[in-house]
Ligand binder design. Structure first.
Ligand SMILES: NC(=O)c1ccc[n+]([C@@H]2O[C@H](COP(=O)([O-])OP(=O)(O)OC[C@H]3O[C@@H](n4cnc5c(N)ncnc54)[C@H](OP(=O)(O)O)[C@@H]3O)[C@@H](O)[C@H]2O)c1
Length: 308
């Protein structure tokens, strides 16, 4: 199949390009500012998605069977820092892609987030009531709505959890951010009462490839790893996995009560129920142990790591 991929240089997009290529698909990928190579792409196109009017002719000229949207401003703080830009990437772009998918009768695979929930009533089912507590969550919820409105019979949206794995930059995923703190001589401040259910970008990418091929699956689904864990536990296990000492890789245990200014915008428990998707796909969710086995020392911090 011919797949048109946005966000090909990101954590999920780059994993998707490789997974789709392995399955024999032809992937045309858009990248933003990144100049890093993206293995798996048949064609790599630098393109600013904020440039109004330029995307539709580009997609129409490629006439894809599937559009996969991995472009976003994917961090709550970055959304707050530039509301107009995050609105354009996180809500207006999915709407345009859904309209184009409808026009082309193409499949649309879109990614939303666990952050559409407020974290007070886990576990969350696909029909649980969303109630986002931050701008990012509100934009992702809006993206679900506009995608369904414009391309109900073509689109599938996956709510994804906190993502792990190895990103092209070595600075994007969970363990890479911990390395960034440790290499800078800072303790990683990790909540003992915030629960997440991470999965690797690679595992999510396998799910997205299956969803490209399964046009019978429509609407909103959940995907995540096997275990809900606290952020503190995640950090501790990452430190242990890389055999780093408490001295070189310090972790400061904090609670939500320690950060009253930001905690209301941070959902406490985002455990997801994975039915019905987990029952109908070949790809299965991974344990955190299986995820750890895939993590490499991020390239920007290799020198620091070898000095420990
Ligand atoms: N990461 C997580 O923990 C997480 C959790 C749940 C859901 N999600 C969702 O998963 C999806 C993928 O997230 P991710 O973590 O892979 O994001 P990411 O690593 O930050 O990648 C974002 C991608 O969007 C591209 N992009 C951003 N602005 C652009 C612009 N103006 N023009 C062109 N491209 C632009 C970036 O291109 P350049 O880098 O080349 O500029 C990059 O390829 C998003 O929908 C996100 O909301 C992520």
């Amino acid at each position: 199949m011919k797949i048109f991929l946005t966000g090909a240089s990101g954590l999920v997009g780059s994993a998707f390009a490789e997974a789709a290529h392995r399955r024999g698909h032809h992937v045309v990928g858009l990248v933003g500012r990144s100049e890093l190579p993206v293995p798996g792409l048949a064609e790599k196109i630098p393109h600013d998605l904020l440039k109004a009017g330029a995307l539709a002719p580009l997609i129409l000229s490629h006439f894809p069977d599937v559009i996969v949207n991995c472009a976003a401003i994917a961090e709550p703080a970055a959304c707050d820092a530039d509301q107009a830009r995050s609105e354009a990437l996180n809500a207006a772009l999915p709407k345009l892609l859904a309209q184009l998918a409808h026009h082309l009768s193409a499949r649309l695979v879109h990614i939303s987030s666990e952050q559409v929930f407020d974290g007070t009533a886990a576990p969350y089912f696909t029909d649980s009531r969303p109630n986002p507590v931050n701008l990012y969550g509100r934009q992702k919820l809006e993206s679900e709505r506009v995608v369904a409105a414009a391309a109900r019979e073509f689109a599938v949206t996956v709510r994804a959890p906190l993502l792990t794995g190895n990103s092209p930059s070595g600075r994007r995923s969970l363990h890479e951010r911990l390395f960034a703190d440790w290499a800078a001589g800072k303790p990683a401040r990790l909540y003992t009462d915030e629960i997440r259910q991470p999965c690797t970008a690679g595992n999510l990418a396998e799910v997205l490839v299956e969803l490209c091929e399964r046009r019978d699956l429509l609407g909103v689904f959940h995907w995540a790893g096997v275990e809900p864990l606290t952020r503190h536990e995640l950090g501790r296990r990452i430190r242990e996995h890389f055999k780093l000492s408490e001295k070189s890789a310090p972790i400061a245990a904090i609670t939500r009560a320690d950060t009253p200014a930001v905690s209301p915008a941070r959902p406490a428990n985002l455990t997801l129920d994975l039915q019905p998707l987990v029952g109908v796909l070949k790809t299965q969710p991974e344990s955190f142990e299986a995820q750890l086995d895939q993590f490499v020392v991020p390239p920007p911090f290799r020198e620091w790591y070898h000095q420990q």
